[in-house]
Design a protein around this ligand. Structure first.
Ligand code: FAD
Length: 616
C-alpha cells in the first residue's frame, strides 16, 4: 500500500504542530498549544471518541472495557523468567483520552526525591520544585468531607477550598468504611500513619489517595473530557481526527540534520500524509512512541536493518530503559459481614447498584474505596534498621548514575520504597491472562480483600521494540521484571511486611477470616516463601515508562531536557516514555504535569525561534 502526499478530505495540507496520540498527555498538549490562536494543531488518535460512553464514565464499570478492541490495545509481555514464565498483560487505552480513559483513577502524588532523581541523572532543569506548579495546574482537588477525614485519618489536610484550579476534577468520595478504617488503624499501630499531605512530596505512612472522579457528576474525570471540553473543541485552530493510525514520522533528510516534516496516516485503509510546519510531537504512550520512532527510522541500526527500515537517526537507546512498577497481589478471605467488592459477582447486586447510580449517582459504582500507604524499606520485623539496609546493598555495583540515584531513594528511611494498596476485591492471577479483566473477575466463591505491594523505585530495565515493519503489529514488550535481583530481594521483603498488616491482632486482620483462604495459600514470613509469592502473584501496575528516556544522549537518552529527540529537528516525545526514573506512586499525576510543562516549553521555543527568525 503506497502513501500519497495528499491530505485526507477535511484536513488541511499542513498544521503547525501534529500531536500523535490523543491520550493522557496528547489531550493536554492539544488544549494548551491551541490557547495560542496563531498556531494550528492537528491531534491524531488511533481509537475512537468515547467520552459519552457509560462504560468509560462510570468508575465502577471499568472492568467492562478491558480486552475489547474498541477500547484497549491489550498488550502482552514476553514470558517473564523471574515470574514462573508467566505472561503479563498490559491494558492501554485506545480511545481519545488514552489510558486515562481506562485507568483505576487513583490520584497519587510522587515523592519529591523520586522526581529530584531526574535532575541527578543529567536533567538539571527537572526536579520536584520545577514540576510542582504543574502538579497543581492539571487538577482541582475537592476537599474531603468530615466523615472521610475521620475514617481515613486525614489530620493534615485543613483545606476548606479546593486545591488547584486545573481541568481534571479530583475527589475523595464518601463510601469509605470499616476496611479503610482497619487499614489506617493498623498502620497507626505500626507507627506508620502519614502526618503529611502527599501533595508535598514527603508523605510517609498510610494516607487516603484521592481519585480522578468528578465530585459533581461521580463520573471518570479524564484527559479527553477535561482538556477537550466543547469550548476547546470549538477552537478554529484545533483539528481532532480519531480512528487515525499514525504509521510513521516523515523526514526531510537533505540537510545537515533530519527534519520531521509530517506523518503518514492510515484512515480506514487509506494511507496518506499530512505536513507539520513546526513540529511532530509523539504522545503515543510508553509502548507506542518508541514503536513509531523505530518505524520512522529512529533507533538501533541493527533493529532497523532487520526490518529493512532506512536509518534516519541511529540511537540504540530507543525502546530501551523501559520501567514499570511491579505489584504483588495477595488476597485474603474476609470474615462474614466484612464488605468486599466480590459481591458484584451476583447479577442482582450489580443491578441494584446500577439502579442506584443511574437514579442519583449514589452507591459504590461512583467512587473508589482503595486506600494506600507509602513505607520505607520494611521486612518481617518492620522498618529495616540502617545496619540491615547497609548489609542488603553491600558489595553491589552502583557506578551507573541511575542505579546510584535509585539506591539513594531506596536506602533513605524518609523515602517510600514501597507503596501498599488496600484493594476491595479478590485478584485472580492467570499464567496467560487474556486481558486485564481476567485479574478482576471474581472466580473464587469466597469474598476477599487484596493487599498489594509495589516496589516504587525498581532497578530492572526492560525494552519494547518493533517485531515487524507493519505499523499495526504490536511491538515486543519485555519488562524484564526482577532481572536485577535486587528488585526481587526488595519486593520479597515488602511481601514479608504484609504479614504485619493481616496479623490476627491487627485492626485489618480482625476483619479477615484468619482460618480462611489466601491467594496464594502461602505465608510470606520467611524470605524464600515471600519470593515464591512474588513469582506467583506479581503483575504490572500499568506504569510503563522510560522507553524514550530524557537524559544525556551518551547516557542512553532519547530526548533532551526540552523533550526534543536527539539527532532530529522538529520532533519531540511527550508522554510517560520520557521519564528517566519511575516516580513513586501512581503515575498519571506525573504524566499530566509533564505534559503541562512540555506545553510551556514548546510555546517558549516557538517564541525563541520566531525571535531568531526576525532577529529581535
Ligand atoms: C489499567 C490501567 C490502570 C491504571 N491505573 C492508574 C491509576 O489508578 N492511577 C494512576 O495514576 N495511573 C494509572 N495508570 C497509569 C496511567 O493511566 C498512564 O501511565 C497514563 O495514562 C499514560 O499516559 P500517556 O499519555 O503516556 O499514554 P496514553 O494515555 O496511553 O496515550 C497514548 C495514546 O496514543 C494513542 N496511540 C498509540 N499509538 C498510536 C498510533 N500509532 N497512532 C495514533 N494514535 C496512537 C493511543 O490510542 C492512546 O490514546 C493505569 C494505567 C492502566 C493501563
Amino acid at each position: 500500500m503506497g502513501s500519497v502526499a495528499v491530505p485526507l478530505a477535511g484536513l488541511e495540507e499542513s498544521y503547525d504542530y501534529i500531536i500523535v496520540g490523543g491520550g493522557t498527555a496528547g489531550c493536554v498538549l492539544a488544549n494548551r498549544l491551541t490557547e495560542d490562536k496563531d498556531v494550528r494543531v492537528l491531534l491524531l488518535e488511533a481509537g475512537d471518541d468515547r467520552t459519552t460512553d457509560p462504560l468509560v464514565l462510570t468508575p465502577g464499570l471499568v472492568a467492562g472495557v478491558y480486552g475489547k478492541d474498541e477500547y484497549d490495545w491489550n498488550f502482552q509481555s514476553v514470558p517473564q523468567s523471574t515470574l514462573n514464565n508467566r505472561i503479563i498483560n498490559q491494558a492501554r487505552g485506545k480511545m481519545l483520552g488514552g489510558s486515562s480513559a481506562l485507568n483505576f483513577m487513583m490520584l497519587v502524588y510522587p515523592s519529591k526525591a523520586s522526581i529530584d532523581a531526574w535532575a541527578a541523572v543529567g536533567n538539571p532543569s527537572w526536579n520536584f520544585e520545577a514540576l510542582k506548579p504543574y502538579l497543581k495546574k492539571f487538577a482541582t482537588v475537592d476537599v474531603p468531607s468530615a466523615s472521610t477525614k475521620d475514617i481515613c485519618a486525614i489530620t493534615y489536610n485543613n483545606d476548606t477550598v479546593a486545591y488547584g484550579d486545573g481541568p481534571v476534577q479530583v475527589s475523595f468520595g464518601e463510601g469509605y468504611g470499616v476496611t479503610n478504617k482497619g487499614w489506617f488503624d493498623t498502620f497507626e499501630s505500626l507507627d506508620l500513619l502519614s502526618k503529611r499531605d502527599a501533595r508535598d512530596g514527603q508523605a510517609l505512612g498510610a494516607f487516603q489517595n484521592a481519585s480522578s472522579i468528578d465530585p459533581a457528576t461521580k463520573t471518570r474525570s479524564f484527559s479527553a473530557v477535561t482538556y477537550l471540553t466543547p469550548e476547546v473543541r470549538a477552537r478554529e485552530n484545533l483539528k481532532i481526527l480519531t480512528n487515525t493510525h499514525v504509521n510513521k514520522v516523515l523526514f526531510d533528510t537533505t540537510g545537515p540534520e533530519p527534519v520531521a516534516t509530517g506523518v503518514e496516516i492510515n484512515v480506514n485503509g487509506i494511507v496518506s500524509q499530512v505536513s507539520a510546519n513546526l513540529e511532530v510531537i509523539l504522545s503515543a504512550g510508553a509502548l507506542q512512541s518508541p514503536q513509531i520512532l523505530e518505524l520512522s527510522g529512529v533507533g538501533s541500526k541493527e533493529i532497523l536493518a532487520h526490518h529493512n527500515i532506512p536509518v534516519v537517526v541511529e540511537n540504540p537507546a530507543v525502546g530501551e530503559g523501559m520501567q514499570d512498577h511491579p505489584i504483588v497481589c495477595q488476597s485474603f478471605e474476609v470474615k462474614e459481614g466484612t464488605p468486599s467488592g466480590d459481591v458484584l459477582r451476583d447479577p442482582a447486586v450489580l443491578k441494584a447498584l446500577l439502579d442506584m447510580y443511574t437514579a442519583d449517582r449514589s452507591g459504590p459504582l461512583g467512587q473508589l474505596t482503595i486506600s494506600v500507604a507509602y513505607t520505607p524499606l520494611v521486612n518481617k520485623t518492620g522498618v529495616i534498621s540502617d545496619e540491615g539496609v547497609k548489609e542488603l546493598f553491600a558489595g553491589r555495583d552502583f557506578s551507573n548514575p541511575a542505579r546510584a540515584a535509585i539506591r539513594d531513594i531506596v536506602t533513605n528511611p524518609n523515602e517510600p520504597t514501597f507503596q501498599y494498596i488496600l484493594f476491595p476485591t479478590q485478584v485472580h492471577i492467570a499464567d496467560k491472562p487474556g486481558n486485564m479483566a481476567t485479574h478482576l473477575i471474581p472466580v473464587e466463591p469466597e469474598n476477599f480483600l487484596t493487599v498489594m505491594t509495589i516496589l516504587n523505585s525498581p532497578f530492572s530495565r526492560g525494552s519494547v521494540h518493533i517485531q515487524s515493519s507493519d505499523p499495526k503489529a504490536a511491538p515486543v514488550w519485555d519488562p524484564k521484571y526482577n532481572h536485577d535481583d535486587l528488585d526481587m530481594e526488595l519486593l520479597a521483603r515488602g511481601v514479608q511486611f504484609v504479614e504485619h498488616l493481616v496479623a490476627p491482632e491487627s485492626a485489618l486482620g480482625k476483619l479477615l477470616n484468619q482460618t480462611g483462604r489466601r491467594l496464594p495459600q502461602l505465608k510470606g514470613d520467611d524470605l524464600e516463601t515471600a519470593k515464591e509469592i512474588v513469582r506467583q502473584r506479581q503483575i504490572s501496575v500499568f506504569h510503563v515508562s522510560g522507553s524514550c528516556s530524557m537524559r544525556p544522549r551518551e547516557q542512553g537518552g532519547v530526548v533532551n531536557e526540552r523533550l526534543q529527540v536527539y539527532g532530529a529537528k522538529g520532533l519531540r516525545v511527550v508522554d510517560a516514555s520520557i521519564f528517566p526514573i519511575e516516580p513513586a506512586g501512581n503515575i498519571q499525576s506525573v504524566v499530566y504535569s509533564v505534559a503541562e510543562r512540555a506545553a510551556d516549553l514548546i510555546k517558549e521555543d516557538r517564541i525563541k525561534e520566531y525571535r531568531k527568525a526576525v532577529k529581535v
